[in-house]
Design a protein around this ligand. Structure first.
Ligand code: ARG
Ligand code: GLU
Length: 722
């Protein structure tokens, strides 16, 4: 009874979520967009809620996909043509690249469907529908249950919901996700396609122009796009890669508008934001600001410097580490902006004041004591969180150890007969892709650097016994590395391959398994993993579960408090890689005194940054020629220049990369790819004055396809709005 009552209250509170939201902050659920559509229309949007999300008719949601498991993409033709970011397709472009065919450097354009390149492992998912399943998920819940029991129940009920929703097969995949810390649950049903081919990508000197120097920065001039095509079986259903597959026919695709953007114009982003924490307690923010981010930044600075040194010495190493380096650098730079933003916004202090007022209000009621409880739990959690952060940013980054653990995992022991089997084919494949992009001196030097930091910063009582004994045995991380990398069979490709080939009988496989298990690289991985699983994770999980419970109350409490006490605050569920709508408008900003940034950039800025001596700013000669001749084709703005990027007030985060940017008429004007550095704290606190998302103008995409890629044949399948 009590549960039902709570559910009803929750529903009432949730229905009012966002009642005060007027600013452009917010990532809204598409199925509930009717609650926001009035505000959207007031701000200029001309379509209605059913055009955005509908399960009865084709709607814009059917033209948006989750690309891989961390980006967004959109359909731009009736024949399955898909647009996403260059950095989202980067891994695929990199895998097809070698010194002979360097698609990263030179770009790639399929000149016919036959030339499109398959990408095993890459999938795209369309959202079929989403549904509030709170009651079903909590069926059988009893408030006496512990948080662990509740989690079990949620898991069990979710599985039943998922099984039911996906029973038809045909590429259906479902997840049940908690919103508002488990005050509400939604089921998301996807159809997942697995034959996705690379159609084209500009050279990195365009697609990654400005590199990590310009990353997270405005003004920006990066042509961050790549193109893929989705293939399906002849019934338009998902199918694994096959020559016989045909281009997928989407229910909906975007028309392209080349009308351009102006300050004040309405914009709307439809995509899959990954993770935000807008409602966390001040102590959670304080950990990020004072401890988590600074330590992680330091560890990555060390690794980046080592990578950079070797990448500068060899073209081969530069290609090998380009993707890895970009991944390490990206969060590293974001965290620096985040810390600055949190400090500038005085977020800890503002939250503390809010918490004090909340606490006073909560006295004697349902939410009494929740603030103190959360504070205590953070205190308990912090040392474990710190150890976990160190584990992730140190031991887990050693490439050789990760590879060794993977190979060990390819040995299977039969439960009954104890016979060992080994999939040599699979292991050879793993070895092939590992060594293609492996450079031992980088890995080894990083090992020394991060293990030295681990030694100085992780408190003695938290260090794994294995770590302490190795450091004692060798005397330094350097000597330990000499021994580990000197002795490991994984450091010697020929030796490892011999071992893989020799595993033809079960007896030989059993022997090889012993060798692999005793290898110093494997031992490193498994000892750290054991320590983490025994001494860190269980404690962190237990505390996090309690925290989750407290947050569930605090979340509901914040909603009730703000509504009844008329505290203006918008409520929307934190991002969790589910489909969301963010809307706002084109707008410049002022990051500091006397500085004002305009909202759009043009090809002129590319030429101003162009510098053949600086890798990040060395554009293709062809672009210089085009600029000199003003050979822009149809792709200019009213000043006669080619527009490149623009910024707006849409609330986005990682995962929104590649998201369509849509105008008031519902047409595609660009694709989202970044945020401004001064606004990266928006995952925790949104400042409408400073937080801006960065998008690529679709006209620069079209310009690049035609003038650099010479692939204008692709325009034939697109539909232009005017
Ligand atoms: N900052 C953007 C995002 O978070 C772009 C990343 C591209 N990677 C890079 N290292 N430049 O994903
Ligand atoms: N580049 C980010 C991504 O990969 C988007 C930028 C952001 O975090 O807002 O999703």
């Amino acid at each position: 009874m009590k549960t039902i009552f709570k559910l009803i209250i929750t529903a009432a509170v949730l229905a009012l979520a966002g009642w005060t939201a007027k600013a452009d902050e917010g990532m809204w659920l598409p199925s509930l967009i009717s609650q926001r559509i009035g505000d959207m229309q007031e701000k200029g949007f001309k379509l209605n809620a059913e055009d955005i999300y509908s399960i009865n008719q084709a709607s814009l949601k059917d033209a948006v996909v989750l690309f891989g498991r961390g980006c967004t993409g959109e359909l731009i033709s009736p024949e399955g043509l898909l647009l996403t970011n260059h950095h989202c397709g980067y891994g695929q472009i990199q895998k097809h690249s070698s010194v002979e065919h360097d698609y990263l450097k030179d770009g790639f354009w399929a000149m016919s469907r036959a030339e499109e390149l398959p990408n095993p492992g890459l999938t795209v998912s369309f959202l079929e529908r989403m549904e509030d399943v709170t009651e079903k998920v909590l069926e059988g819940y009893d408030p006496q249950m512990s948080e662990a029991q509740r989690a079990e129940l949620v898991k069990k009920n979710s599985k039943a919901i998922i099984d039911e929703a996906t029973k038809e097969g045909k590429g259906l995949r479902a997840t049940v996700e908690a919103l508002y810390y488990g005050n509400q649950y939604f089921m998301f049903l996807y159809r997942e396609y697995a034959d996705v081919r690379l159609v084209g990508a500009p050279p990195s000197s365009i697609g990654k122009f400005g590199g990590d120097t310009d990353n997270w920065m405005w003004p920006r001039h990066t042509g961050d796009f790549s193109m893929f095509r989705i293939y399906a079986d002849k019934d338009n259903n998902p199918a694994p890669y096959s020559k016989d597959n045909v281009p997928y026919k989407p229910k909906k695709f975007f028309r392209i508008s080349t009308k351009g953007v102006h300050e004040g114009d309405f914009t709307f982003i439809y995509g899959f934001p990954g993770r935000t924490q807008e409602y966390i307690h001040s102590d959670g923010v304080r950990y990020i600001e004072e401890t988590g981010d600074p330590h992680k930044i330091n560890l990555r600075t060390l690794r980046l410097n080592i990578q950079k040194k070797y990448m500068g010495q060899s073209q081969k190493v530069r290609i090998q580490y380009s993707s890895k380096n970009a991944t390490v650098a990206n969060a590293w730079k974001k965290w620096q902006g985040e810390v600055k933003g949190i400090k500038k916004m005085k977020t800890v202090q503002t939250k503390q004041e809010f918490e004090k007022a909340f606490d006073r209000w909560a006295k004697g009621g349902e939410f009494d004591g929740v603030i103190a409880k959360i504070a205590q739990l953070y205190k308990d959690l912090e040392p474990y969180q710190f150890a976990a952060d160190y584990y992730t940013e140190t031991a887990r980054t050693i490439e050789l150890a990760n590879f060794a653990a993977g190979i060990l995992g390819s040995f299977k022991t039969d439960k009954e007969s104890k016979a060992v089997t080994f999939d040599s084919g699979k292991a050879s494949g793993m070895a092939e892709s590992f060594y293609k992009d492996y450079y031992l001196p980088i890995d080894k030097e990083c090992f020394v650097a991060v293990m030295t930091e681990f030694d100085s910063n992780v408190p003695a009582e938290f260090k794994p016994a294995y770590f302490t004994s190795m450091m004692k045995k060798y005397g330094s991380a350097q000597k330990w590395a000499d021994a580990l990398f000197g002795k490991s069979i994984f450091a010697d490709r020929a030796k490892l391959e011999k071992l893989i080939e020799g595993c033809s009988t079960s007896k030989a496989a059993a022997k090889a398994r012993k060798t692999v298990a005793a290898d110093p690289a494997t031992v490193f991985a498994s000892e750290f993993a054991k320590w983490y699983a025994a001494d860190v994770q269980p404690h962190a999980t237990r505390i996090n579960q309690e925290l989750q419970l407290a947050y569930r109350d605090y979340m509901r409490g914040q909603m009730v408090y703000c509504r009844t006490q008329r505290v203006p605050k918008s409520f929307y569920p934190d991002a969790n890689l589910t489909l969301r709508v963010a809307y706002g408008h084109i707008k410049g900003y002022s990051p500091s005194d006397a500085v004002y940034y305009k909202p759009s950039s043009t090809i002129k800025g590319i030429m101003q940054k162009d510098n053949p001596d600086i890798f990040d700013y060395n554009i293709p000669q062809r672009l210089r020629d085009i600029y000199a001749q003003k050979d822009y084709g149809r792709w200019t703005d009213e000043t006669g220049e080619v527009p490149v990027c623009f910024i707006a007030t849409n609330h986005t985060t990682g995962g929104n990369s590649g998201s369509p940017v849509i105008n008031a008429d519902g047409d595609l004007i660009g694709l989202n790819f970044d945020r401004v550095w001064e606004g990266t704290m928006s995952d925790i606190v949104f400042d409408p004055e400073i937080c801006r998302n960065i998008s690529l103008d679709v006209r620069y995409v079209l310009f690049t396809i035609e003038k650099l890629g010479k692939a204008e044949y692709l325009f034939d399948e697109m539909v232009f709005a005017e």
